[in-house]
Write a protein that binds this ligand. Structure first.
Ligand code: ATR
Length: 290
């Protein structure tokens, strides 16, 4: 009983994920188990949604309490919101929507929070004590490969933490546009291969290079990786991309795309419920149903 149907009553809070396709999403499994574990009177459903504006107009008067938002609605849903987290607004994409007690819809982008917090924790492990309140990304040279949706999330997220951002992309114009917005530097993927003004840089791949089925591809050759102290890959199929395997071999700390995925879920749960996320439960379920 994925949805715990027997527990649904008229006053049960309704959450869900809107997308198309959406049936494959594991979010209902995670959130329903989490709600049950703390005895919350709430349910989380799959919503196959074609027209996102129609969805919000139709359901705005009911007590649907919040939803996650996935492909292809992350951008289109923006215009249906009453309030948007400032960084999510800059990124131009949302994936987490909460109905406030006054009925207004407030939206967040938990993808960038998930990725950046995973990278920060990776750096903390590397650098030892960092003054509380300051980010280990502050002042770091942070190279983002790719300038699509995920590239924007990483670039804005890192810039907000005080990193010096470089955006490298196959299509230079897209790199330039994003770099200008975050006050960073733009280059092509070919140029970034020879870009190493200092050691200990941070690398974040957001291109699709290395994704299944082309698992032997990599966006940056191994010789260029030795200048990085940490490498993150937004790809999670496979988890162990060639980029991450080679970065590990050259001595970098690596952060998996799966970590971004799970942490963005923690943030959604916190925003929905105001409670801390049941992190161990989420991790166990993700592993069991991988
Ligand atoms: P997402 O929302 O996942 O970031 P996207 O917006 O389609 O997806 O962006 C895909 C990114 O991967 C882009 O930066 C794209 O580069 P271009 O802007 O030049 O298209 C990059 N990308 C995709 N295939 C690539 C390839 N074979 N080599 C290099 N970069 C590639």
């Amino acid at each position: 009983d994925l949805y715990n149907f027997r527990l649904i009553r008229p006053d049960t809070k309704v959450y869900g994920i809107i997308g198309k396709p959406v049936g494959h999403s594991k979010s209902p499994l995670l959130f329903n188990a989490a709600f049950k574990s703390v005895g919350l009177n709430a349910v989380y459903l799959h919503f196959l949604v074609d027209d996102v504006e129609k969805f919000f107009n139709t359901y705005s008067s009911t007590d649907f309490a919040g939803c996650s938002c996935t492909i292809p609605h992350k951008e289109a849903a923006l215009k249906c919101m009453n309030d948007i987290d400032p960084i999510a607004k800059k990124i131009g994409a949302i994936n987490n929507i909460v109905r406030r007690p006054d009925g207004k819809l407030i939206a967040f982008n938990t993808d960038y929070i998930g990725a950046i917090s995973a990278i920060e924790d990776g750096l903390r492990g590397l650098n030892g004590a960092i003054p509380s309140g300051s980010s280990p990304l502050a002042g770091k040279l942070f190279v983002v490969l790719g300038a699509g949706g995920a590239g924007k999330s990483l670039a804005y997220g890192a810039a907000q933490k005080g990193a010096r951002v470089v955006v490298a992309n196959r299509t230079f114009e897209r790199a330039k546009e994003l770099a200008d917005k975050v006050g960073g530097k733009a280059m092509t993927l070919a140029e970034v291969e020879h870009f190493h003004p200092e050691e200990g840089m941070v690398l974040a791949n957001t291109t699709s290079v290395g994704m299944k089925p082309k698992i032997d591809d990599t966006p940056l050759p191994k010789h260029a990786l030795k200048h990085y102290c940490l490498a993150f890959d937004a790809i999670y199929t496979p988890k162990d991309t060639r980029l991450l395997r080679e970065a590990k071999e050259t001595g970098a700390v690596i952060v998996y795309g799966t970590e971004m995925l799970i942490r963005q879920g923690f943030e959604q749960y916190k925003n929905f419920t105001g409670l801390p996320a049941p992190e161990d439960l989420f991790r166990q379920l993700m592993e069991k149903h991988a």
